[in-house]
Ligand binder design. Sequence first.
Ligand code: FA5
Length: 344
Amino acid sequence: MLEKIAKIRDEALRAVEVAADKESLDQIRVRFLGKKGELTAILRSMGQVPKEERPKVGQEVNTLRRQLEEALESKLKDLERAELEKRLTREKVDVTLPGRRPSRGTYHPLTLVLREIERIFLGMGYEVAEGPEVETEYYNFEALNIPAEHPARDMWDTLYTARNTLLRTHTSPVQVRTMEQKAPEVPIKIIAPGRVYRRDALDASHSPVFNQVEGLVVDKGITFADLKGTLILFAQKMFGEDRKVRFRPSFFPFTEPSAEVDVSCIVCNGEGCRLCSQTGWLEILGAGSVHPKVLEMSGYDPKIYSGFAFGMGLDRIALLKYGIDDIRHLYENNWSFLKQFKAQ
Ligand code: FA5
């Protein structure tokens, strides 16, 4: 029996020595010290051991049990220490490494272009005004000389949020809101940027949601020549002196006479491409002298006061400014595209 105990001792201590993880230690504990373990079995079979040997065998078993428990305990500590050391090496922070810079965003091209437009007009003495995107039919149409059933309403079809309330189709309602707020004796010189909505299909130069910048000047003695001079100066500052600009006669119910302004296409340089619908030109704005009826409806006597107004397509101006060949790039939030634009 004593030999058997010695054999178990060798085997058990050796197993502890080579154990590579906690699970193996648990298995050893069960195998030798568990209820059905090898040492327990010896104690159980004590009846078969000759009487005189019993104390000796009992003592040996107990010594071995203590030895084994100690060995298991110290091996467990070793394994834990090794594990901790491994983790510390793995998670070591090198404080001498240079820091990781968080990547900085850039301004959206529409923001950059709007800032530039504002800068140009503020330089000419304009103020910046604002109006609501959800507008009443009165401001979007009636007060701009577009009564119900007028065919021009088809051109500016949009989404109605309630009866008489719609997503504005242009920034021109801000003209009326501004005139209503001011006394006629105080000259008006404002621009009003903002988002507008239309039933337009998305293509290279059209979007159903886009941005405009309205302009309005009202005073005594304002003429169409003032409008022309202002817009030519704007185009030169915005696009440089080389880019060609043309005025075309047009029609708007709220201006008379009316014009549209085109800028030579930046992608094909006037030769015709997908962006400019093969015309060589891209329309950037509608404009004209404020219609006498519009002045009258907003409390201005058209015999004393006159004015001009314009409505620019901000998104189109961004395309021309940066040589972007498709308006859809502006709304896709593609970082490789957006990161190219830096404030000057
Ligand atoms: C107007 O919206 C008039 N309110 C402009 C105006 C203001 C005329 C004051 C007279 C006096 P128009 O529908 O043409 O006009 O739009 C003006 C500009 O917005 C266009 O020249 C074009 O540059 C831009 N635009 C029009 N539709 C779209 C669209 N779907 N996507 C992007 N830009 C557009």
